[in-house]
Design a protein around this ligand. Structure first.
Ligand SMILES: [Fe+2]
Length: 136
């Protein structure tokens, strides 16, 4: 099965540390996809979901250290909080052995990550860079 979400240069926010974390998130999501759509392995899928929630938490903390200098940081922070809430809810619902539900969750995760990086993260990092607010 080809990876569900693949890194491309267009996802780069221009900060290597954050790009690497986004790449790792893509890898985790692909592993999650494999455990959902491949051989049924509820335990692996649930463990990967747990790993993703933990990684997201750390990643958002790191990213927010850069972004707190942005005048509209609060809005970005809220988007992260809402996403965390949603993934935690998914994590709980993962116990339900419902393939359709899992696929729906996966589709949401992939779509959110792509859109958030391309349409929000990139704009925020570009602004910081433009205004000399980016510590590399
Ligand atoms: Fe973000």
């Amino acid at each position: 099965m080809p990876p569900l979400i693949q890194w491309q240069d267009r996802y780069s926010v221009g900060v290597e540390r954050i790009d690497r974390q986004h790449q790792e998130l893509f890898r985790i999501v692909n592993r999650l996809a494999a455990s959902i759509t491949g051989q049924p392995s509820p335990a692996t899928a649930a463990a990967t979901m747990h790993e993703m929630c933990k990684y997201l938490d750390k990643h958002f903390q790191d990213e927010e250290q850069y972004l707190e200098k942005h005048p509209e940081f609060d809005r970005h922070n809220l988007a992260h909080l809402e996403f965390i809430e949603k993934t935690l809810d998914f994590q709980i619902r993962f116990a339900d052995q419902a393939p359709d539900l899992h696929r729906e969750m996966l589709a949401f995760l992939v779509e959110w990550l792509k859109t958030h990086i391309l349409e929000t993260d990139k704009l925020y990092f570009a602004y910081l860079k433009e205004h000399g607010l980016l510590d590399q």
